[in-house]
Design a protein around this ligand. Structure first.
Ligand code: SF4
Ligand code: SF4
Length: 341
């Protein structure tokens, strides 16, 4: 395992990190074992979020005795000061620590979120004070909207940017990455497997390793999955013509049905929560049907409000047949809901 400096934070992290979603479906003892195993394999960067249920708690249990040897990033989706501070205190408690290395504002993709975050009672001001008090070392941002991510980093208020990056979602490599590099921001690649849509780990990492200043944060749910990724990083990276052809093939196949979670389609005039409902099948792959049904319930229960008006299709840059996909996802959700009683 090699180590990199995470942009201007100066934090030294392993060249591949650990994404905290899949461990939430595991019993605590097993999750802790996998986390410790990953550390033994050289991984030192752990990314989680308040929203990932007990993920922070498992990471806290795994590393409380070696806290200073790992770099922990977490996030809040709250936009107001009180809510963000409440999340921060909860994260500190769950993670069994008195500081967070990187505290990120989670999924800032809409202008209204940005206005609220930076408003008089907004989360950002409160986090800056928490940083001054030593509870946070660096403040970062995560987003799924390319124009918003570019706008956010240009404010120069953040030390890192976390954005989806994989060979299906490679759009950020132009303006977003170029701007972020110029500003020496830490670069974190979420969803290296396109949120579960890519099964070919070797190909996914061949692509990503062409960008060594990016720290990908795949999720792991077994010792074998840690071994698989660690072994890939032990080899030199060679991308062949055949690999490029295979990436194009995946891109063409998935591009016709793959939701990038950019949120351009929203808001729906009938209140359908389109983006989370579009991602339901991928969520199931990452979390198991039982957890997904509860996790996605609020969004999925808005799907029957769809009147097939097609407003969202006109807004979607990928021309996805959104109402049709939503209907299929809802059928799957209902099937899972019935199966778990
Ligand atoms: S087609 Fe359905 S989901 Fe799309 S905007 Fe219309 S009502 Fe909303
Ligand atoms: S459906 Fe289209 S516009 Fe909406 S989030 Fe997905 S990719 Fe973006």
């Amino acid at each position: 395992m090699k180590y990199r400096i995470l942009g201007r934070t100066g934090l030294e992290v392993s060249e591949v990190g650990f994404g905290g979603i899949p461990i939430l479906r595991l019993p605590t003892d097993e999750a802790v074992q996998i986390l410790r195993y990953s550390f033994d394999k050289g991984i030192t960067f752990y990314d989680t979020a308040n929203a990932y249920r007990d993920s922070e708690c498992k990471i806290g249990k795994a590393f409380s005795d070696i806290r200073h040897k790992v770099v922990i990033a977490t996030k809040t989706g709250k936009r107001d000061a009180d809510g963000a501070l409440e999340h921060l205190e909860n994260s500190l408690k769950m993670l069994q620590t008195d500081y967070i290395d990187l505290y990120q504002l989670h999924q800032v993709s809409r202008e209204q979120d940005w206005q609220q975050l930076t408003g008089p009672e907004g989360a950002l001001g409160a986090l800056v004070k928490a940083k001054e008090a030593g509870k946070i070392r660096y403040i970062g941002i995560t987003s799924h909207s390319l124009p918003m991510a570019v706008k956010l980093i240009k404010t120069d208020l953040f030390d890192t940017i976390q954005f989806p990056f994989n060979f299906i979602e490679d759009e950020p490599k132009d303006e977003l990455h170029t701007t972020a590099r110029t500003m020496n921001l830490g670069l974190i690649a979420m969803k290296p497997f396109a949120g579960g849509a890519l099964a070919n780990a070797s190909l996914a990492f061949k692509f990503l390793r062409q960008y060594p200043d990016f720290i990908p944060i795949p999720g792991y749910d077994s010792i074998a999955s840690v071994d698989e990724v660690a072994a890939l990083y032990e080899q030199s990276n060679v991308v062949t013509e055949e690999d490029i052809g295979l990436m194009d093939k995946y891109r063409n196949e998935l591009g016709k049905q793959f939701c990038r979670r950019c949120e351009y389609c929203q808001p729906c005039p009938n209140g359908v929560k389109i983006t989370p409902a579009m991602g339901y099948p991928i969520l199931v792959k990452r979390m198991s049907p039982q957890i997904s049904v509860n996790f996605a319930k609020a969004a999925m229960e808005t799907v029957p409000q769809c009147t097939d008006c097609k407003t969202c299709i006109e807004r979607c840059p990928y021309e996805l047949p959104i109402p049709e996909i939503l209907k299929n996802n809802y059928d799957l959700f209902e099937q899972h809901r019935k199966s778990i009683g």
